[in-house]
Design a protein around this ligand. Structure first.
Ligand code: GAL
Length: 429
C-alpha cells in the first residue's frame, strides 16, 4: 500500500520536526502558564488537513480567535485520512512527554487506551462549569467516561455506514435504486461492470478497505451480530463471519486497481465526477462534496450501506486535555469552544457531521446532514471499529495487518484465522 511504503521514514522525520517545534518554548511557556502570565498559545492536534475537514476546523478556529484574540492558535494537523499518519506521530510525542495542548481522539476504545495509559486529564471540572452533562447523549458520555471521570469533549457524531452513489452511473447501468442488501450490492456491482466502463466500487488507501470491512460485516451480520463481535464470547470463527468475509472478497474484486495509491478524497470524488458507481465512506465525504460545490441528489446520492438500514454505525471526534499540556489554560479555552453550541454549529455543517450536542440549530443541517440527523434519532447504534469505538489501538492494528495481508493474497480462510487471533488478544487486553 502506498501510504504504508516509506512510512517509517516519513513518520520519523515528521516526529523529529514536531518534537523540535514542540521543544521551542514548550518548557518555558509551561512555567509562565503555571504562574498565570501570558503563555498565550494553544497547539491543537488532528488529521484534518483538507477535503472539507480543514474547512470545518477553520470555521471553529475563527470563532475561537474571535473569542480569544490573545491566544495564538497553532494547527498541528498531520495529513492522512482517519489519522493513519497522525496517530503514530501522536504516540511518539506522548511517549516523549511532548504532548500537544489538545488532540483529537475517538470516543470509545481508542480514547480508553489514552486514559488507561495515564495520558489524559479528567475534565469533570469543565463539565461542571459549563453544565455539559446534559447536553450530550448519555450513551456518548458513557464512551468517554472511565471510573466515574469524563475525559474528552465530543465535537460531533459521524456516520460510517454510508453508501455514496452516482445517480448518472446507476442510470447508465440500468439500476433503479441503491442496493438494500449485500447480495443486491454484489449483483449491482456486477451489472455496473457489465454495462458500463465505469468503476463499480471506488476505494482508496488500505484504511478505506478496513472501513469497508466494517460496513460489510455489519451488513451481513446485522446490528446484534456486529455488536457481539466486540464483547466477551465473540465468535469470529462462525460460519456467518466466513460468509461475510467471502462477500467482502467478492465486493473487493470490483474495486479500482489503483485504489491503494489514493486517499479517501479521491476515492469519493470518483463518484461525484461520474467515474464510479459506488463508494462506501463516512459522512466526512458529505463535507468534501460540499466543498467541491457538488449538488446533493444530483451529482451524488446516498443510502445506508447495504444491509444496514436502521443502524447508525457511529463514531465521534473528541478533544482531550493531555497530561502535561504546555498551555493548560489555553487548552481549556479551546475545549470550551469545542463544547459550545456555536463552535459545533460552525464546525459540523462543513465537516459533514452532526453535532454531538443535543441542542444544535437543526436548520443549519441540510441535504445529507438533514437525513443524518433524522436517522440518528431513530436508528439502532453500532460503533465503528476502524474509527476507534469498538476496538482498542492494538486490536485495530492487528485487524489492519490482517486486511493488508488479505488484500495481497486474497485468502479468505487465512484472513478469518488472523481475525480470530486478533479478537482473542483484543478481548484479552
Ligand atoms: C475519521 C475521523 C473523521 C475524519 C475521517 C477521515 O477517523 O473521525 O473526523 O477525519 O477519519 O479522515
Amino acid at each position: 500500500m502506498r501510504l504504508k511504503r516509506g512510512w517509517p521514514a516519513f513518520v520519523a522525520l515528521l516526529t523529529a520536526i514536531l518534537l523540535v517545534l514542540a521543544g521551542c518554548g514548550g518548557g518555558n511557556d509551561n512555567n509562565k502558564q503555571a504562574s498565570g502570565s501570558s503563555a498565550n498559545k494553544v497547539e491543537v492536534f488532528s488529521w484534518w488537513t483538507g477535503g472539507g475537514e480543514a474547512k470545518g476546523l477553520d470555521a471553529m478556529v475563527a470563532d475561537f480567535k474571535k473569542n480569544h484574540p490573545n491566544i495564538q492558535f497553532i494547527n498541528a494537523a498531520v495529513a492522512g485520512g482517519s489519522g493513519t499518519n497522525a496517530k503514530a506521530v501522536l504516540a511518539s510525542r506522548l511517549q516523549a512527554n511532548q504532548p500537544p495542548d489538545s488532540f483529537q481522539g475517538h470516543a470509545g476504545a481508542e480514547l480508553m487506551d489514552y486514559i488507561k495509559a495515564g495520558q489524559l486529564e479528567p475534565l469533570d471540572f469543565l463539565y461542571d462549569q459549563l453544565k455539559l452533562r446534559d447536553v450530550f447523549p448519555q450513551q456518548l458520555i458513557d464512551q468517554i467516561t472511565f471510573e466515574g471521570h469524563i475525559y474528552s469533549v465530543p465535537v460531533n457524531i459521524h456516520r460510517a455506514n454510508v453508501l455514496w452513489f452516482s445517480p448518472a452511473v446507476l442510470k447508465e447501468a440500468g439500476i433503479a435504486k441503491p442496493p438494500a442488501t449485500i447480495p443486491e450490492f454484489i449483483s449491482d456491482l456486477q451489472q455496473v461492470k457489465q454495462k458500463t466502463k465505469k468503476i463499480p466500487l471506488s476505494l482508496g488507501a488500505q484504511w478505506t478497505a478496513d472501513h469497508l470491512l466494517d460496513a460489510v460485516l455489519l451488513g451481513d451480520l446485522g446490528v446484534d451480530g456486529w455488536n457481539a463481535l466486540w464483547k466477551q464470547g465473540a465468535d469470529w470463527s462462525s460460519p456467518q463471519v466466513t460468509k461475510a468475509l467471502g462477500d467482502y472478497a467478492t465486493i473487493n474484486s470490483y474495486a479500482n486497481a489503483e485504489a491503494a495509491s489514493t486517499d479517501w478524497q479521491l476515492a469519493a470524488k470518483n463518484v461525484v465526477d461520474g467515474k464510479a458507481a459506488f463508494n462506501i465512506m463516512g459522512d466526512w465525504a458529505a463535507g468534501y462534496f460540499k466543498e467541491l460545490g457538488k449538488t446533493p441528489k444530483v451529482d451524488y446520492d446516498w443510502a445506508a450501506s447495504p444491509g444496514t438500514d436502521g443502524t447508525y454505525q457511529w463514531l465521534s471526534d473528541s478533544f482531550t486535555l493531555p497530561k502535561g499540556a504546555p498551555h493548560h489554560d489555553a487548552a481549556v479555552a479551546w475545549l470550551t469552544e469545542a463544547a459550545s453550541k456555536q463552535g459545533q454549529d460552525l464546525f459540523n455543517p462543513q465537516k459533514g457531521s452532526i453535532p454531538a450536542r443535543k441542542d444544535a440549530d437543526t436548520s443549519l443541517y441540510t441535504g445529507y446532514l438533514a437525513w443524518a440527523l433524522q436517522q440518528w434519532q431513530s436508528d439502532k447504534l453500532a460503533g465503528s471499529m476502524w474509527h476507534g469505538v469498538t476496538a482498542n489501538n492494538a486490536w485495530h492494528t492487528n485487524i489492519d495487518t490482517s486486511v493488508g495481508l488479505f488484500l495481497k493474497n486474497k485468502n479468505v480462510a487465512n484472513f478469518q484465522k488472523s481475525l480470530v487471533d486478533a479478537a482473542t488478544s483484543g478481548l484479552a487486553s
